[in-house]
Design a protein around this ligand. Sequence first.
Ligand code: 5AD
Ligand code: SF4
Length: 475
Amino acid sequence: MGDELIQILPGVPSAPVRPLGEACADVVDEGRHEAAANPLGRRFYLETIGCQMNVHDSEKVAGVLMGRGFEPVEDPEGADIILYNTCSIREKAVHKVFSRLGAIKKKHGDKIIGVLGCVAQQEGEKFFERAPQVSLVCGSASYSRLPELLDQLGAGNRRVTGLGLDTDECFETELTRRDNPFRAYLTIIEGCDKACSYCVVPTTRGPERSRAGDRILEECRRLVDAGYTEIQLLGQTVNSWRDSSALGLSFAGLLGRVAETPGVRRVRFTTSHPRDFTPDIVQAIDEHPALCDQIHLPVQCGSNAVLRRMLRTYAREEYLEKIDCIRRARREISISTDMIVGFCGETEADFDESLSLLDRVEYDQVFAFKYSPRPRTPAGGWVDDVPEEEKGRRLAELQERQRQIQIRRNHALIGREFEVLVEGHHPKLAQAVGRTTSNRVINFAGAEDDVGRYLNVRVTAAAPNSLVGERVTKE
Ligand code: 5AD
Ligand code: SF4
């Protein structure tokens, strides 16, 4: 889920302007805001630095703002308000935010600059000291308050924050602007009640809050009406979801109901926690063709000693039982994972256990990271004793081992046929790019009008991260 940079582009017509509700901003500093020279300026530029959860949060932010008459623009130059939606899971992403802020300070000192998301939540009001050019700091649970916060700034307040964590309003934004034309993200659970010793998420996103099952199904129907055929259910620990509605669904039951929604062709869900991963999820995938044959099940490390220190609440053997359960499914399910190398006290022998786990599981994709100590986490106070250089070496070795596995696995797919949803095309190359339900990318000869279609493609060649194919049938 890397911390790649995604810019939210405008393009969706804005919704009708609603009258403002009661302003409820936490005004930190009532002094005049020199920067708010144009209190009427409502053009906003929003940049996302983070994971899928962040990308979807940005869709909600854009929706909320557009619903109140703010207008998205493509670059900071044309904006009155510059917003960064940030991730703080690793230090690298935090650096990126501060370097962005440094760069815009010189060029755009006259604009309202706001920071949203995990970094905002984590730094809170301290942000204003570290980056005085920032006048708005808002965490993910408070996005529906953004228009009010901005209006407070427009009215002359110098600094405002929205940092509450005890709400579930994050689910029920009135309008979400969706930037992926094929896949609609749908948050079903916010926050996290696990307490992995390296992770900031419980602090930045707060305790677990599940969205009611009946509301989720309602939203699914709305998404289908809006033309989406693929739905991705999101949550930090998506399979820890519990139903508070009268339907009383289990997570596997919810998957089944979403998959049965007329018009839904593909359902994905991320991220599953191994502790709450139960056989009925695999059973549901077997029973419902619309559930994609893809499971992301982060293991983090192959060594029991390290898993214990990470407070992951499972042992290697228990994790492998879940993998074996997935492998016993009637459908062939692709499996991906996240791994951290160089966690506090990780020995060479511990690292070897991670390598051997790759061989044992044969993942289809691995997202690997060097351990990055985070403030206000249990491990943040421990000695970060694996040198940076050694972390880099382990990361490269792990990635190379996995590359070899993917070459083998993808090569074995040559000659097989898959249905793909065409997600894009390269006009110059006359190539289309499709995705299988197992989340593999296939390039094949195609044109613009293939985009958005489901087509059958036969694999003709394989690379570690993608496949090449030829079209078999047209729908
Ligand atoms: N350092 C490195 N990687 C981390 N992750 C979470 N916290 C850290 C950290 N402090 C990784 C985990 C998680 C993914 C989203 O990010 O592998 O599954
Ligand atoms: Fe972080 Fe662990 Fe929660 Fe995942 S399960 S968000 S790694 S605390």
